[in-house]
Design a protein around this ligand. Structure first.
Ligand SMILES: NC(=O)C1=CN([C@@H]2O[C@H](COP(=O)(O)OP(=O)(O)OC[C@H]3O[C@@H](n4cnc5c(N)ncnc54)[C@H](OP(=O)(O)O)[C@@H]3O)[C@@H](O)[C@H]2O)C=CC1
Ligand SMILES: O=C(O)C1=N[C@H](C(=O)O)C[C@H](O)C1
Length: 266
């Protein structure tokens, strides 16, 4: 069986570094190139930390796809680029596996239409960690019985988007099973703007950003005389890699856009 030919976008980033390692050490995958924000024309092996990985670096994704035969793009860049990178992949018949966050519901609808028009598989996964997927599934189960819920997500202070993609996805999954409801006292006021967090259909999302954190989330449910807390912690970015590998395998078998690994891990 021929190997899956992969390009990683964002190879010097926290996630990109791990993805380069995972792809390079997986027998059935081959890393053919990297797309970076700089270092066009260099080899990845010339950059510290990538010794022995002799693949070209491009800053122009179109050029990368023109000069290389590519099956899958793994995108781990920044919210401003995820959508554009997916469109470039579709134009070139390349299947995107995207961990980059910051997509709106409208972006997903638009990208799914393109994927289906072209019959190309694509996966956007706000979180690749299996524990985080379970946290989201368990939260959806709990929300049926305990509809008052607040989400506290905690991330490192280099994160660009708030709330996190995982918090938004969790709120979306919960809203599939609960009636929209305003939480807290009907007459409550914010003495400082933002004190009650972001409002997703009445559910509150609070974003903490601190050095020392990686990626953590608590989903807290309140009921009469009780609370339930469902918590997940990624303490290392290796936690995401089995999910990235699973997504690469899955994207080759689908011809639509799947948003969320919970649709792949049944
Ligand atoms: N789905 C999941 O499980 C996870 C998703 N994420 C998401 O993945 C993304 C990356 O996270 P993280 O690795 O922590 O971020 P980093 O900032 O550490 O890495 C992003 C990398 O992408 C590079 N980059 C930026 N723009 C481009 C571009 N247009 N083309 C190519 N490369 C580019 C950056 O280069 P430069 O620094 O020069 O700008 C940087 O090296 C974020 O959106 C984050 O939310 C993170 C963890 C898990
Ligand atoms: O930026 C991060 O670090 C993470 N981003 C994703 C998100 O926005 O949910 C996934 C994980 O939480 C780590």
């Amino acid at each position: 069986m021929s190997k899956v030919k992969i390009v990683v976008a964002g190879p010097r980033g926290n996630m990109g570094k791990e993805a380069v390692k995972m792809v390079s050490s997986t027998d059935e995958f081959t890393l053919v190139a990297a797309v970076d924000s700089k270092h066009a024309g260099m080899m990845l092996s010339e950059i510290e930390g990538f010794q022995g990985i002799d693949i070209p670096i491009y800053t122009d994704m179109q050029q990368c796809f023109k000069e290389n035969e590519v099956d899958v793009l793994i995108d781990l860049t920044a919210p401003a680029f995820g959508k554009k990178h997916m469109q470039t992949a579709f134009e070139n018949g390349v299947r995107p596996v995207v961990g980059t966050t910051g997509f709106t519901e409208e972006d997903i609808i638009e990208l799914r239409a393109t994927a289906e028009e072209q019959g190309i598989g694509a996966i956007i996964a706000p979180n690749f960690a299996i524990g985080a997927i379970l946290m989201m599934k368990f939260s959806q189960m709990a929300a049926k019985y305990l509809p008052d819920v607040e989400i506290i997500e905690r991330h490192h202070d280099r994160k660009l988007d708030a709330p996190s993609g995982t918090a938004i996805k969790t709120a979306q999954l919960i809203s599939e099973v609960r009636e929209q409801k305003a939480q807290g006292h009907p007459n409550e006021t914010e003495e400082l703007a933002g004190a009650r967090g972001a409002n997703f259909e009445g559910m509150r999302i609070h974003s903490v950003r601190l050095p020392g954190l990686v990626a953590h989330q608590e989903v807290i449910f309140g009921g009469v005389g009780q609370t339930l807390t469902i918590r997940h912690d990624s303490i290392d970015r290796t936690s995401f890699m089995p999910g990235v590998k699973l997504a690469v395998d899955a994207v080759l078998r689908i011809d639509t856009l799947v948003y969320g690994l919970e649709h792949i891990i049944e």
